[in-house]
Design a protein around this ligand. Structure first.
Ligand SMILES: [Ca+2]
Length: 270
């Protein structure tokens, strides 16, 4: 009887350990970092199923998803107030968002089309074909860079969206799939890994993961009851050199800094 109890406790312990590992990217060799929140959280529309986020001229621009609910919107940073919004066609599922040379580019997930907006008027002025799925989108200032749920990132020409090159993202020699929201920050790529609290810092030349960033401190209560309400918004303000993170249907958006080293455990945290 006692042996059975010990075995049961062991199984439960191993199960809990496995759950913890699955919630982040296991990495013993790669440099690790974690995020710390700066100041008070900013409000974020809890109805916004965030799929793309960026900062331009001190405003957030956001792409939201779900069929029948997808939008492209301009948001006041401090208040979270939606200042302008375009509702996508009901069949479109909004995804990644990038700004390049006076145009916003918004991906759709499986509609095989992307939308182009004038950056001044926010009017939709065109579209482009997408070969495959659209997940995250960002720009290095010359090309658009797309994730598609796999471990591969694809560089595209602006306007035509013609593919230029592809690159596989590897962590310790293994491809990392489910790359999602993207942000290009000072020469490096940052990517959410779908359904995890992990952001990867990636060398855009080699595809190698340089740092595994633990953002689990931001996890919302809603994530525990709705598996899809995950971390999924990375925005960099180049003017203030500030980094912002949020998630799907999260009521808050955070200004954060990335701190070297793993997240301190509860026992070592001050
Ligand atoms: Ca972004």
């Amino acid at each position: 009887m006692r042996n059975s109890l010990v075995k049961l406790l062991l199984v439960i312990t191993l199960f809990l350990a496995a759950c913890q590992v699955q919630s982040s990217i296991p990495s013993l060799l790669s440099p690790q970092a974690h995020v710390e929140v700066i100041g008070e959280p900013l409000p974020h529309d809890p109805q916004a199923f965030t799929q793309g986020l960026l900062v331009h001229d001190s405003y957030f621009y956001e792409s939201t998803g779900l069929v029948g609910q997808s939008t492209f919107r301009k948001v006041e940073m401090e208040s979270g107030q939606v200042l302008a919004q375009t509702q996508l066609k009901p069949e479109f599922f909004g995804e990644g968002l990038a700004l390049l040379d006076g145009h916003f580019y918004q991906l759709t997930w499986r509609n095989r089309i992307g939308l182009i907006y004038d950056a001044e008027t926010l009017e939709e002025i065109g579209s482009f074909p997408v070969d495959g799925e659209g997940w995250g989108l960002t720009t290095d200032g010359q090309s658009l860079i797309r994730s598609d749920g796999s471990a591969t990132l694809t560089w595209h020409e602006p306007l035509s969206f013609a593919p230029i090159k592809s690159l596989q993202v590897n962590l310790e020699g293994q491809p990392v799939t489910q790359l999602n929201e993207l942000e290009y920050i000072e020469g490096l790529l940052y990517a959410n890994v779908f359904l995890t609290d992990t952001i990867l810092r990636i060398d855009p030349a080699s595809g190698q993961v340089l740092t595994v960033i633990d953002a689990s401190t931001l996890r919302q209560e809603s994530t525990k009851t709705e598996i899809n309400n995950v971390l999924n918004g990375i925005a960099w303000d180049p003017e203030t050199k500030s980094l912002y993170l949020t998630g799907k249907n999260w009521p808050e958006l955070y200004k954060v800094k990335i701190v070297d080293g793993p997240l301190p455990t509860a026992t070592t945290r001050p």
